[in-house]
Write a protein that binds this ligand. Structure first.
Ligand code: UDP
Length: 323
């Protein structure tokens, strides 16, 4: 039995990870300040004697010290999420990502705990290279465009984690999450699939930003959780960086049509200029496809669920909630 501490464990991905670890017979403690996470996500777990939680920020060093001393491994998922959130709360984004990760790593070093660091495909920035390889350059936008503060703060997290590994021999693994979707993800912070599905079910217009030609690859959260837990069990993964994502690419316009078809919706598809959707001068990433050769080689992982399966899960989730 492993004792896992999950920062951000009441969030969309963290709650799925908590559930999977409990199912595998491990102990799970969640720390989450519920800034974007929801208690509702972990409520069904609270009756499990192997589960505990603290509603607290990871920047509370006293609490982090105690929780870290009582665990074997930390999955560090607490971070600012979603493009809308990042643009509207830049101070919170930068402080949570930079100071929060600093606290996690310092505390982990005190007790020599393994840390699994969640990073992001935003790290690749404006690079037009495809697919993105872990060794590719990051190409960032100007500091006056605050979208990039998220990527730069997560890049700093990666540098710091790798530095702890190098200088203090701290066991760390970094994984860069590409677009991850599934039940429990909400559209409030900008995520496109829950937004499209909810609009489609309500027969409201699906808002496609820009010309809809930008593309993404959406990976089911259950596949992402398997990748994270398998990396945690893998000795050669220490001190390494891995992409986790799907390679099934779809343009956002095509996604809108796909969601409409699978929900049987009569929604109109409406094109919205980026400047109306976000803010003037907003820069989107045109394509974002991961190279997953490295994770496939090291833990033999590749996604199992198709986009259509994932869309059907998300549709069923929102139908159940509204019904
Ligand atoms: N998007 C959209 N309509 C929405 C929300 C997002 O067209 O209501 C677009 C967004 O501009 C981006 C893509 O969908 O090109 C994916 O957006 P999301 O916020 O889900 O993820 P990310 O931008 O981080 O890839």
């Amino acid at each position: 039995m492993v004792r896992a501490l999950i920062t951000g464990g009441a969030g969309f991905i963290g709650s799925h990870l908590s559930e999977a670890l409990l199912k595998a017979g491990h102990r799970v403690t969640v720390i989450d300040d519920l800034s974007t996470g929801r208690f509702e996500n972990i409520e069904p777990l609270t009756s499990n004697p192997n589960f505990s939680f603290a509603i607290e920020t990871i920047m509370n060093e006293t609490v982090m010290d105690r929780l870290t001393s009582e665990c074997d491994i930390i999955y560090h998922l607490a971070a600012a999420v979603g493009v809308l959130e990042i643009i509207s709360k830049p101070i919170h984004t930068i402080e949570t990502n930079v100071h929060g990760t600093d606290v996690v790593l310092q505390t982990a070093r005190r007790y020599r705990r393994k840390v699994m660091i969640a990073s992001t495909s935003e790290i690749y920035g404006k690079s037009t290279h495809s697919p993105f390889n872990e060794e590719d350059d990051s190409i960032m936008g100007a500091t006056t465009k605050n979208r990039w503060s998220y990527a730069v703060s997560k890049a700093l997290d990666e540098f710091l984690a790798l530095a702890y590994h190098k200088e203090s021999d701290l066991p760390v693994v970094i994984f860069r999450l590409f677009n991850t979707v599934g039940p429990r993800q909400r559209g409030h912070y900008g995520m496109v699939i829950p937004r499209f599905v909810q609009w489609a079910l309500a027969n409201e217009p699906l808002q496609v930003y820009g010309d809809g030609g930008q593309s993404r690859c959406f990976c089911n959260v259950s596949d992402v959780v398997k990748a994270m837990t398998n990396l945690a069990d893998c000795e050669p993964a220490l001190g390494e960086v891995f992409n986790i994502g799907s390679q099934e690419e779809i343009s956002i316009l095509e996604l809108a049509h796909r969601v409409k078809a699978r929900t049987g919706s009569s929604s109109e598809i409406r094109m919205i200029p980026y400047s109306d959707a976000y803010e003037a001068g907003f820069e989107d990433m045109q394509r974002r496809v991961p190279d997953i050769a490295k994770i496939n080689r090291v833990i033999n992982w590749k996604p199992e669920k198709s986009l259509d399966q994932t869309l059907d899960e998300v549709i069923a989730y929102f139908r159940a909630r509204s019904g």
